[in-house]
Design a protein. Sequence first.
Length: 373
Amino acid sequence: MKIAIIGAGISGLMSALELVEQGCSVMIFDQQQAGKAASWAGGGILSPMYPWRYPQAVNQLAQYGKSLYLEWNEKLKPVSDIDFEIHETGLLIFDEADFETGLNYAQQFQEPMQQCEYLQQEQIEQVNPFIDSKFQHAIYFPQIANIRNPRLLQSITHYLKQHPQVEFIEHCPIEQFQMVNGKVQSIVAQNSQTYEADQFVITTGAWSQHWSEQLDLEIPVHPVQGQMVLFKTPENWLPTMCMNDVMYLIPRLDGHVVCGSSMADCGFDTTPTAATKQKILDACFEMVPELAEFPIEKQWAGLRPGSPTGVPYIGKMPEIDNVWANFGHFRNGLCMGPASARLLRQLMLNQTPLTHPAAYSTERLKSAGLMAQ
Ligand SMILES: Cc1cc2nc3c(=O)[nH]c(=O)nc-3n(C[C@H](O)[C@H](O)[C@H](O)COP(=O)(O)OP(=O)(O)OC[C@H]3O[C@@H](n4cnc5c(N)ncnc54)[C@H](O)[C@@H]3O)c2cc1C
């Protein structure tokens, strides 16, 4: 079976990986260089930021993130020579209003990833001595890890490019589906070249609304900009991830600390601003004042594929037999990435799904006209 995947972010690359491992042939397209959009820009926290604020369908996929990335890193590393570092730092949350809900959530769902402890100041100091003493309490999630997402994307890309059943086509915007008898026969690129396949997968992240008109669907996915600031501290300096008021610090093993992030609706604009940078710095220095002594290396913005509830669309598109979706992951596409792709592959190949697929159904995309029929 030949499958064309449109979009080479984490959703497309992971889908390709799952499908080639099952013996499928895959063509993967991107309008720019692979792995340079939201999936590159993100922080790589392997959990929704405050899981209890999300629908269970998001947490359901996210809980597989760490274990599946550990498996993929072992498989890809010998080929790609890239370790994308699943860094087991744990996460401290200082939002007092969330303490009770967070502890109850952990108790209720008993997910290994969401084990949670309440800490007083002396315990916080043992876990992370750089936290400002104004934070007298925290809840602590020792199991939550982060990954170096740019390296993850490089590793998968490298693996796929050397795979004999993969054709990798970058800098090739796909514009249109060509339909014959209610089935897509081929896709048409901006340069008018056409590509035929048996099945087609849409993994176009924040750009997914592009397909609404052609497929007679209402795809409510739009870009939500997020900005980040990168610091360089000594190796292994900050021991845990830290979060307060939806702002966070993510330490990497080599001393880089990723700080973010903002949320703004400004179309496809990815220009970082001085005002947002200041907001991020204020929030992060409040948690970890000593960070201000270290240099800033970079600032950037990325476009999250914003969807109404944050629950992605995974599965066959309504009314068309050979077009599939894996998009709309909003703030959690990196942690949901491996399980989303696995679920898609299981649905495409008629295998037992790892979770009930109804919550991710593309039936939610049916336009008013179609639903009335
Ligand atoms: C600042 C920030 C912080 C984040 N932090 C986290 C985090 O800590 N944890 C987490 O889980 N998630 C995080 N996210 C969210 C996560 O990054 C996204 O949900 C995820 O990357 C979406 O992946 P994707 O593959 O669907 O989209 P993308 O990575 O955007 O990939 C879509 C790809 O499709 C291509 N494309 C689009 N249209 C076409 C077309 N017509 N033809 C060909 N190619 C096309 C694009 O060029 C792009 O490469 C963060 C996001 C941001 C911006």
